[in-house]
Design a protein around this ligand. Structure first.
Ligand SMILES: Nc1nc2c(c(=O)[nH]1)N[C@H]1C(S)=C(S)[C@@H](COP(=O)(O)OP(=O)(O)OC[C@H]3O[C@@H](n4cnc5c(=O)[nH]c(N)nc54)[C@H](O)[C@@H]3O)O[C@H]1N2
Ligand SMILES: Nc1nc2c(c(=O)[nH]1)N[C@H]1C(S)=C(S)[C@@H](COP(=O)(O)OP(=O)(O)OC[C@H]3O[C@@H](n4cnc5c(=O)[nH]c(N)nc54)[C@H](O)[C@@H]3O)O[C@H]1N2
Ligand code: SF4
Ligand SMILES: [Mo]
Length: 859
C-alpha cells in the first residue's frame, strides 16, 4: 500500500499525515509539527472519508442537476444582481478550511472582478481579534511564535485556550518538554477548569473577561518592581507611558483572582525571561477581544520578551488554514499578502497585477453585518463555501432566516445535508480532504501540502475550480484559466514578489522556484526565521506600539453566563467527525456543564435535562453537574446542529454582540436563564438506519451498528409504538412491545425477518440500561424477549461511556482497573490500553485516578 504525504484537515497545528486509499492513517514522522504524533480526531480520519451523506452532483432547487446548468444559473443571478443593484449586492461567505489556492481565487474573483469586498470568512469568528491586535501593535498581522518556542520556554501561560482538546499534539509536545525539564512551569487562565488545567501547575480561574484586569495588573507590577526592559522600550516601542498609566488605573482584583494568586503569577512572570503566552478563543471571542490581545502584547513588548527563542506571544490558529486565509487577504478588510484594502497604492498594485477590470474600493461587510444585510434585503446573491453559518454564527436561527431571505443562495459543501445547505437554491459538490490538492499554513507559518489520495467522487470538483468555472461563465476566463492548483499557487507567489516594495512581513520568494508536487513543509519567509529579533516592526517608524487598554466593568450578577466551546473528539458542526462512532462516543449528547450548587438550586440531578432560555429561544441539554465550571456559569459545546438534535444548537441563544474593533462575536459570553426540563418520559433508541431527532429533547448520533438516539418529552404519548416507529422511520415493521408490571416502562423491538433493526426503550426516569449492549444487538438475530431484556449478560460487562476513543475503552473498564490497583496513567494504559495510541485522553485518565483517590484512601 503506498501512503501519500498530506496534512490533517482539522486544527491549526497542521500535523503531517501519511494516508492510504484503504483508510490507513499514520502520523508523518518527518513533519515538523507533529513528528509522527496524531490526536484522536486525526487518528480517526480513515473513518470519515467514506461517501455516505456526500453531495455527489450539483443540485438546483433540491434536484440533481449538472455543472453547466448550475453554473449558468449562478452566473445569471450574480450578474443580474451586480447589474441591477451594484457590486455590493453580492457576497461570499467562506472558510478557514479552504486551501490557500481556493482562498486566493475567491478573493480575486469577488474583489478584482465582481468589484466588491463583501467576502468574509468564519475566521471572523475565530482569529479576527488576534489579527486586529497584531496590526495595532506590530503594524502587520505577524505571528512571531514557533512550536519550538513552546519547548524552549521556562513558563507557558495558556490564556483562554483548551490546548489539550483543541490543539492536542501541541499539548503533547508541551507535556513531553515538561517531563524532560520538570522546572518548566505551565499556567492556565480560564474561568473553567479543563483538561488543559489538569496539565498546568496552576489554574487561574478568572471571571469571564477578567483577562484585561489580569494583564493590566501585570504591566503595572512589572513597572513597580523594576522588571521592565527600558532599553528595549526606548529603542523599539511607542505608547509605553499611556499604556502604563491606563494599566495603573485597573484593579487587578477585578480579574476575580485573590491577592495571593495574583502575587504568585506576577512574580513568576516577571522573574522568568523565557515566557510564551499562548492565547486562543477565550481571548479572541469577546466583546473586548482585541483589547485582551493588546493587553497581553503590552506585557511582552514592555519586557522585550518577543522575537527571541522560547519567548513571545503566540496566538494559535483554530482551523487548518486560518493562517493561509489571513495571508491571501481572505477577510473583508484585507488584501492578499498582508496588504491593506484601505490603502489606494496597495489596491492599485494588486489590481495592476491581476489586470482586473475593477477593484473593490473599500472594505466589505464583516460576517455578522453581512448576514444583517441578508436579512434586510441588501444582499441579492450569496455564496457560502465550506462553512455552516446557520449553526456557527450567533443568533443562528436569525441567520438561517436571513439566508432564507436572500433571493439567490448557492452553497458549496462536501455533504448533501447541512443546516446551511438546506437553505440553498443551488448546491455545489466540492471535493473533500483526501480528494483535493493544495496548500495550508499552520499556526507557526508553515506551509504544507494537502495531497489527494482518493479519486474525486461523483461530479465533485475542487473549490478553486468551481470558482474559476463560474468566473468563466461570467466572461472572465482570462484571469481564471488555471488548470492546476500549482498554477494558482505560482500566481499567488508571483503577486508576493510583485508587491515587495511595500515591505510587508509576508514574503513568499522562497517558494518562487518550489517544486509544488514535492513541496516539503516550509515556514515563510524562511525556516526558523525569527520575526522582530532585530526589534524591527511594521509601523511607519519601524517601532511597535503599546496601547492604553481599559478593563471592562465587572459584570452585574443575575442570570447565567453561558460559555461555549469545543469537545475533544468533535469538529465544529460534526459534518465529518460525526461520522465516526468512536469519536461520537465521547460526550455523546449536547450537554451543559453546571455547578453543583446551581444544579441543586434548580433541583436538577445527574441525568436530568435543563432548558436554557433567552427571551425568544430555548435550548434543551443534558445537565453535566461539575465544579469544573464556576457558580453562575454554564458551558455548552458548539457542535450540535438541527441534523442531530431537536434543541441543541447553542448559537440559537447567542446574541450577535461583537468586538467593536475586530467585529468578532463574543461567543463565550451569553446571557441565559436556566430551568429544569420537566420530562414525563425519557427514551433511548438504537437502529440500523438514521433516527429522526424529533422529540422535545432529541439527540442522534452514529453508533457502531448504525445509529443511536436519546429522547425526552413533557407528556407521555398516547401510543408508544407510533412514537417509536416515527423516530426510527420504521412504520411498516412488525414490533414486539413489552411493558414492565407497573406499566411504566416501555420496550419495543423492530425486526426485519429474524433480524433486530431497531430497539426503543422509554421510562419516566432517565433510561439506565447499557447503551453499548443495546447497540450491539442491532443486526443480530436475537429473539424479542432477550433483545428487550435490556441488560448486559454477566459475561459481557458494560464498558460504559467511552474515554479512550482510539481503543474504545469505557469509563467502567477504567474504574475497575483503578480499583484493581492501576494508580497511574501508564499503569492504566498497560492494563486497559487506554491512552496508548494518540494520548488525547491522558488528561482524563489522570483526572479519573485523582477523583478516585479520595474514596480509596478512606477505605
Ligand atoms: N476538538 C476540537 N479541536 C478543535 C476544534 C474543534 O472543533 N474541535 N476547532 C478548532 C478551531 S477552529 C479553534 S478556533 C480552536 C479553538 O480552541 P480553544 O480556543 O482552545 O477552544 P474553546 O473551547 O473554543 O475555548 C477555549 C477556552 O476559553 C475559555 N474561556 C471562556 N471565556 C473566557 C474568558 O473570558 N477568558 C479566558 N481566559 N478564557 C475564557 C473557555 O472556558 C474554554 O475552555 O480549536 C481548534 N481545534
Ligand atoms: N457558540 C460558539 N460558536 C462558534 C464558536 C464557539 O466557540 N462558540 N467558534 C467559532 C469558530 S472559532 C469557528 S472556526 C466556527 C466554525 O464553524 P463552521 O465553519 O460553520 O463549521 P464547520 O462544521 O467546520 O463547517 C465547515 C463546512 O464545510 C464543509 N466542508 C468540509 N470540507 C470541505 C471542502 O473541502 N470544501 C467545501 N466546499 N466544503 C467543505 C463541511 O461539511 C461543513 O459543512 O464556529 C464559530 N462558532
Ligand atoms: S492536533 Fe489532531 S486535529 Fe490538530 S492537526 Fe494534529 S492530528 Fe489534526
Ligand atoms: Mo476557529
Amino acid at each position: 500500500m503506498t501512503l501519500t504525504r498530506t496534512t490533517c484537515p482539522y486544527c491549526g497545528v497542521g500535523c503531517g499525515v501519511l494516508a492510504g486509499a484503504d483508510g490507513t492513517i499514520k502520523g508523518d514522522p518527518e513533519h515538523p509539527a507533529n513528528f509522527g504524533r496524531l490526536c484522536s480526531k486525526g487518528s480517526a480520519l480513515g473513518e470519515t472519508i467514506d461517501l455516505e451523506g456526500r453531495l455527489l452532483a450539483p443540485q438546483v432547487g433540491g434536484k440533481d442537476s449538472d455543472w453547466d446548468t448550475a453554473l449558468s444559473l449562478m452566473a445569471e443571478k450574480f450578474g443580474a444582481a451586480i447589474r441591477d443593484h451594484g457590486p455590493d449586492s453580492v457576497a461570499f461567505y467562506v472558510s478557514g478550511q479552504l486551501l490557500t489556492e481556493d482562498y486566493y481565487i475567491a478573493n480575486k474573483l469577488i474583489k478584482g472582478f465582481m468589484g466588491t469586498a463583501n467576502i468574509d470568512t468564519n475566521s471572523r469568528l475565530c482569529m479576527a481579534s488576534s489579527v486586529a491586535g497584531h496590526k495595532r501593535a506590530f503594524g502587520t498581522d505577524t505571528v512571531p511564535g514557533t512550536y519550538r518556542d513552546l519547548e524552549e520556554a521556562d513558563l507557558i501561560v495558556l490564556v483562554g485556550s483548551n490546548l489539550a482538546w483543541c490543539h492536542p499534539v501541541l499539548h503533547q509536545r508541551i507535556a513531553a518538554a515538561k517531563e524532560a525539564r520538570p522546572d518548566m512551569r505551565v499556567v492556565n487562565v480560564d474561568p473553567r477548569k479543563t483538561a488543559t488545567s489538569d496539565l498546568a501547575d496552576t489554574h487561574l480561574r478568572i471571571v469571564p473577561d477578567g483577562d484585561i484586569a489580569l494583564f493590566n495588573g501585570l504591566l503595572a507590577h512589572l513597572a513597580e518592581t523594576g522588571a521592565l526592559n527600558r532599553a528595549y522600550i526606548d529603542s523599539h516601542v511607542n505608547g509605553f507611558d499611556a499604556a502604563l498609566a491606563q494599566a495603573q488605573q485597573t484593579n487587578p482584583l477585578d480579574s476575580g483572582l485573590t491577592e495571593a494568586e495574583l502575587d504568585e503569577f506576577y512574580r513568576l512572570w516577571s522573574g522568568t525571561q523565557k515566557v510564551v503566552t499562548v492565547y486562543s478563543q477565550g481571548v479572541n471571542q469577546s466583546g473586548c477581544g482585541t483589547d485582551k490581545v493588546n493587553a497581553i502584547l503590552n506585557c511582552h513588548l514592555a519586557t522585550g520578551r518577543i522575537g527571541t527563542p522560547g519567548c513571545g506571544p503566540f496566538s494559535v490558529t483554530g482551523q487548518p488554514n486560518a493562517m493561509g486565509g489571513r495571508e491571501v487577504g481572505g477577510m473583508a478588510n484585507m488584501l492578499a499578502n498582508h496588504l491593506d484594502i484601505e490603502n489606494p497604492d496597495h489596491r492599485a498594485a494588486v489590481q495592476g497585477f491581476w489586470q482586473s477590470p475593477v477593484m473593490a474600493p473599500q472594505p466589505g461587510l464583516k460576517a455578522v453585518d453581512m448576514f444583517r444585510a441578508c436579512a434586510d434585503g441588501r444582499i441579492k446573491a450569496l455564496w457560502v463555501i465550506s462553512t455552516n453559518p446557520a449553526v456557527s454564527l450567533p443568533d443562528a436561527d436569525g441567520v438561517a432566516q436571513a439566508i432564507a431571505n436572500v433571493p439567490f443562495v448557492a452553497v458549496s459543501d462536501i455533504m448533501a445535508r447541512t443546516d446551511t445547505g438546506d437553505l440553498a437554491h443551488v448546491l455545489l459538490p466540492a471535493t473533500g480532504w483526501g480528494e483535493k490538492d493544495g496548500t495550508v499554513t499552520n499556526s507557526e507559518r508553515r506551509i504544507s501540502r494537502q495531497r489527494a489520495f482518493l479519486p474525486a467522487p461523483g461530479q465533485a470538483r475542487p473549490d478553486w475550480k468551481i470558482m474559476c468555472d463560474l468566473a468563466g461563465k461570467m466572461g472572465w476566463s482570462e484571469g481564471f484559466d488555471f488548470e492546476t492548483p500549482a498554477q494558482v499557487f505560482a500566481e499567488y507567489v508571483a503577486l508576493s514578489a510583485a508587491t515587495t516594495d511595500f515591505a510587508r512581513d509576508l514574503d513568499l520568494s522562497l517558494f518562487a522556484d518550489a517544486d509544488y508536487a514535492a513541496l516539503i513543509p516550509t515556514q515563510w519567509p524562511a525556516n526558523d526565521k525569527r520575526f522582530f529579533a532585530d526589534g524591527k516592526f511594521y509601523h511607519a517608524d519601524g517601532k511597535a506600539k503599546m496601547l492604553p487598554i481599559t478593563a471592562p466593568a465587572p459584570r452585574a450578577a443575575g442570570d447565567f453566563t453561558l460559555n461555549t466551546g469545543r469537545n475533544r473528539d468533535q469538529w465544529h458542526t460534526m459534518t465529518r467527525s460525526g461520522k465516526s462512532p468512536r469519536l461520537g462516543a465521547h460526550l455523546a449528547e449536547p450537554y451543559a456543564e453546571i455547578h453543583p450548587d446551581d444544579a441543586a438550586a434548580l433541583t436538577v440531578t445527574e441525568g436530568d435535562l435543563i432548558a436554557l432560555q433567552t427571551p425568544t429561544k430555548t435550548a434543551v441539554l443534558r445537565a453535566l453537574i461539575t465544579d469544573r465550571t464556576a457558580k453562575g456559569q454554564l458551558f455548552a459545546p458548539m457542535h450540535w446542529t438541527r441534523q442531530q438534535s431537536s434543541a441543541g444548537w447553542i448559537n440559537a441563544l447567542a446574541a450577535p454582540v461583537v468586538d467593536p474593533v475586530s467585529g468578532q462575536p463574543a461567543s463565550k459570553m451569553n446571557r441565559v436563564t436556566a430551568t429544569k426540563f420537566n420530562a414525563a418520559w425519557y427514551g433511548f433508541a438504537a437502529a440500523r438506519a438514521p433516527i429522526n431527532p424529533d422529540a422535545p429533547y432529541a439527540a442522534v448520533a452514529r453508533s457502531l451498528t448504525g445509529w443511536q438516539g436519546e429522547f425526552a418529552g413533557q407528556t407521555a404519548p398516547e401510543c408508544w409504538e407510533a412514537l417509536a416507529s416515527g423516530l426510527l422511520g420504521l412504520p411498516d415493521h412488525p414490533a414486539s412491545q413489552m411493558r414492565d408490571h407497573s406499566g411504566a416502562q416501555t420496550r419495543i423491538a423492530f425486526y426485519e425477518g429474524d433480524t433486530v433493526i431497531g430497539l426503543f426503550f422509554a421510562s419516566p426516569i432517565p433510561v439506565s440500561l447499557s447503551r453499548n449492549h443495546a447497540i450491539s444487538l442491532i443486526g443480530t438475530d436475537t429473539p424479542p424477549l432477550q433483545a428487550l431484556a435490556g441488560r448486559s449478560g454477566a459475561d459481557q460487562p458494560d464498558p460504559g461511556t467511552t474515554v479512550c476513543a482510539c481503543l474504545n475503552v469505557g469509563i467502567n473498564t477504567l474504574r475497575a482497573a483503578v480499583e484493581a490497583g492501576a494508580r497511574s496513567v501508564e499503569a492504566l494504559g498497560a492494563v486497559t490500553c487506554a491512552g496508548t495510541n494518540c494520548g488525547s485522553c491522558k488528561p482524563e485518565l489522570a483526572r479519573l485516578i485523582e477523583d478516585m483517590r479520595a474514596p480509596m484512601a478512606a477505605e
